[in-house]
Design a protein around this ligand. Structure first.
Ligand code: AVI
Length: 341
């Protein structure tokens, strides 16, 4: 990555000070224990249509696999979203204004936020919120060193749960939440509404939400994006079972499952499933669950929107769409939402 620009202008003394400050970075830790993981796996596996929550894809290996997905030509989202951010960053920064406290839900490797951090005027704080503690701490330390005036306040949490948000000592002018990547599409309608309502409370009357929203498009494009030719998405999907086996002591026969993803036009979503290739039984906690040959476990939904549908959902949560930026094919959008008066 090379030497960060800011470092080239720093004195040796400043560099020592920064690295000392950095060594003591504090993570606000709300990471749930395995009881909740087990309870959610059990409850999903006891349903008629078996399901597992997609938020558990992102252990260390899953996060690494997701990064690989993001580099695939077929998985268009990161590439197009980055091109929209690059093209319209000045408009975005003008709308956002100076001295913001920026919160990012599901910050991952914090790569996307850099376009904002590089252009925002004197941001007060950056609060990355993510469940992967090691990655969170690593990237928070990097950002802390690379953006000297910025207070980086990492929070380790399942961002769909209740947890307290840290507040920077230097008061900001407003709170802006950044939620890129169309992760909102991984929520069903009711949880998506609840989540946006929660964000609206975090933003307050003066805040805003900058959100990535994936748009409806030709089914063949979606099919390729979620059934990539290198099989990385399949490995990512199957890794969920490996994770459950190793962290919850279960015995899914991972080799006896196959990745299956398709676009469901009636529900406007890509569905990812794992299909069992054999009859098998799996032990989860003190339960034994049978899975028939050909039966599926539903692991993820990825909803696709048109602009009106998303605006309607936003309106139902108290947000008004203030500005929409898209690419020329209208495959993806970045939207700036503010609370309705
Ligand atoms: C994180 N999320 C927006 C991705 C998506 O496209 O729904 C997760 C993903 N699943 C398979 N490929 C990518």
């Amino acid at each position: 990555m090379g030497i960060p620009r800011q470092w080239l202008e720093a004195t040796a003394e400043e560099l020592v000070m920064r690295s000392q400050k950095n060594r003591h970075m504090h993570v606000h830790d709300f990471k749930p224990g395995n009881e909740r993981f087990l309870a959610e796996v059990l409850s999903g596996m006891r349903k008629q249509q078996k399901e597992l929550p997609s938020k558990y894809f992102y252990d260390e290996h899953g996060s690494h696999l997701f990064k690989q997905i993001c580099m695939l030509e077929e998985y268009y989202i990161p590439r197009i979203e980055a091109s929209i951010m690059d093209a319209y960053i000045n408009d975005m920064v003008e709308l956002i204004g100076p001295q913001v406290s920026l919160f990012e839900y599901g910050s991952g490797d914090c790569v996307k936020v850099r376009t904002l951090l590089d252009h925002l005027h004197d941001p007060v704080a950056y609060v990355p919120i993510d469940i992967s503690r090691d990655q969170l701490l690593r990237v928070a330390k990097e950002l802390d060193l690379q953006y000297p005036g910025l207070k980086v306040l990492p929070v380790c949490a399942d961002y769909t749960s209740n947890f307290e948000l840290p507040v920077a000592r230097r008061p900001g002018k407003r709170v802006v939440v950044y939620f890129p990547g169309s992760t909102i599409g991984n929520f069903d309608y009711v949880p998506a509404k609840h989540f946006l309502e929660h964000i609206a409370r975090v933003c307050g009357p003066n805040g805003a939400l900058l959100i990535g929203v994936d748009l409806k498009k030709d089914t063949s494009v979606l099919h390729k994006a979620y059934n990539d030719s290198k099989g990385v998405t399949a490995t990512f999907n199957l890794n969920l079972l490996h994770r459950i086996n190793s962290e919850l002591g279960c015995d899914f026969q991972v080799d006896c499952f196959e990745h299956y993803a398709f676009y469901n036009p009636r529900e406007s979503r890509v569905e990812m499933h794992l299909i069992s290739l054999e009859d098998q039984v799996v032990h989860i906690g003190n339960m034994t669950i049978s899975i028939a040959k050909g039966e599926s476990i539903w692991t993820e939904s990825s909803y696709k929107f048109n602009l009106d549908e998303f605006a309607q959902m936003a309106a139902a949560t108290g947000f008004k769409v203030c500005k929409v930026w898209t690419d020329e094919k209208q495959w993806f959008s970045v939207q700036y939402l503010v609370p309705m008066e």
